[in-house]
Design a protein around this ligand. Structure first.
Ligand code: NCD
Length: 305
C-alpha cells in the first residue's frame, strides 16, 4: 500500500512495489479512460526551487489526466522563499492546501526535511546532486516496456556520474536486479561517488567496469544511459568548460554499438548526443519522457487516491 507514503529515495519502494507501479502504468497506457477520474477533487502542489521541464510538467499532466488539479510555483523568486521563509514553514503551509507535494530543491536532503514537516505525502523531484527517484521509475518503466524485462543486461552510464542525481538513483535501484553489469564511462573528475561503490554495488556484488573511453566499451552495451555535465553543481566555471564536451554520441560511434542497444537520457540534452542520432531507431529518450508521465500517473494515483 503506497497510500499516504512519502517518496524521497528510490529504495523507499520495494522491488515488488515498483513492479506494481509498472503494472499499473502499462494498464494506464492501454486503458487511460479507466483512470481519468481517480484523483478527481484532489490537489497536487508542485514546488520547484530549481528549473525543470519534464519532471514538473509530466507530474502536472499526470495529475490532470487523473482528473485532479495542480497548484504551485516553477520559480522560487515568486514564492515567500525569496523573503527568507524557511523550507519547513513553506511546506507546513502548502500541506494545508494540497493532498500531496512534489518538490525539487538544490539542497541535498531538502526532500527528507520537507517530509518531516508535511502532513501530506512529499515526493522528491530531485534534491541537489543526490537523488531523483521518479526519474528512476521513468527509466525502469522505459526499459521494461522496450526490452521486456529489467535485468540480465549490460548498462553503460556515460558523462557526469559525480553530480548526476538520475544516475545515483538508477544505480542504487538497478543493483538489486539480477544479472546487471554496469560500465561507468566518465573522466576521473566526474566519476561515481564512493558511497554507491561501497554501498549498493558492493552489497549486491554487481559486476562493474570503469573507463574513460566510450568507443572502447559501446559495443558491449545493451543500454547506454547518457547524461549532461551538471553545470549548476560545479564550483568553478573553467572546470565545467574543460569537461563539458567529454563525450558526444554521434552516428560514427553508433556504428560500433549493438543493433538493439537502447539509448536513454533523462534530458535535457546540451551537446552530448548529436541531433543526427535522434533518427536512429535505438534512440529512446523522447519515448522515455512520455513513459515518465505514465509512471507518475501510476505513482500519484497510488499515493493520493
Ligand atoms: C534531470 C535532473 O533534473 O536531474 N532532468 C530530469 O529531471 N529529467 C537531468 C539533468 O538535469 O541533467
Amino acid at each position: 500500500m503506497l497510500k499516504g507514503r512519502h517518496y524521497i529515495e528510490p529504495l523507499d519502494l520495494s522491488k515488488e512495489e515498483m513492479e506494481g507501479l509498472f503494472g499499473r502504468a502499462s494498464e494506464i497506457i492501454s486503458k487511460p479512460d479507466e483512470f481519468r477520474d481517480l484523483c478527481r477533487g484532489k490537489i497536487l502542489a508542485t514546488l520547484f526551487f530549481e528549473p525543470s521541464t519534464r519532471t514538473r510538467l509530466s507530474f502536472e499532466a499526470a495529475m490532470l489526466r487523473l482528473g485532479g488539479s495542480c497548484l504551485g510555483f516553477a520559480e522560487p523568486g515568486s514564492s515567500s522563499a525569496s523573503k527568507g521563509e524557511s523550507l519547513a514553514d513553506t511546506i507546513r503551509t502548502v500541506a494545508c492546501y494540497a493532498d500531496a507535494i512534489v518538490m525539487r530543491n538544490p539542497k541535498e536532503g531538502a526532500a527528507l526535511l520537507a517530509s518531516r514537516y508535511s502532513e501530506v505525502p512529499v515526493i522528491n523531484a530531485g534534491d541537489g546532486g543526490h537523488h531523483h527517484p521518479t526519474q528512476t521509475l521513468t527509466d525502469l518503466l522505459t526499459i521494461r516496456q522496450l526490452r521486456g524485462e529489467i535485468g540480465h543486461m549490460c548498462i553503460g552510464f556515460c558523462g557526469d556520474l559525480k553530480f548526476g542525481r538520475t544516475v545515483h538513483s538508477l544505480v542504487d535501484t538497478l543493483a538489486r536486479y539480477e544479472g546487471i553489469k554496469m560500465v561507468f564511462i566518465s573522466p576521473r573528475e566526474l566519476s561515481i561517488p564512493d558511497y554507491l561503490s561501497t554501498g549498493p554495488i558492493a552489497r549486491n556484488q554487481v559486476e562493474v567496469h570503469f573507463t574513460d573511453s566510450l568507443e572502447k566499451v559501446i559495443g558491449d552495451l545493451d543500454i547506454l544511459y547518457m547524461t549532461r555535465v551538471q553545470r549548476e553543481r560545479f564550483f568553478n566555471e573553467e572546470e565545467y568548460i574543460r569537461l563539458k564536451d567529454s563525450y558526444i554520441l554521434n552516428k560514427e560511434k553508433m556504428l560500433l554499438a549493438k543493433k538493439d542497444m537502447t539509448i536513454l537520457h533523462p534530458l535535457p540534452r546540451v551537446n552530448e548526443i548529436d541531433l543526427e542520432v535522434d533518427e536512429d531507431p535505438r534512440a529512446a529518450y523522447f519515448k522515455q519522457a512520455k513513459f515518465g508521465m505514465y509512471v507518475r500517473m501510476a505513482l500519484l494515483s497510488s499515493i493520493i487516491a
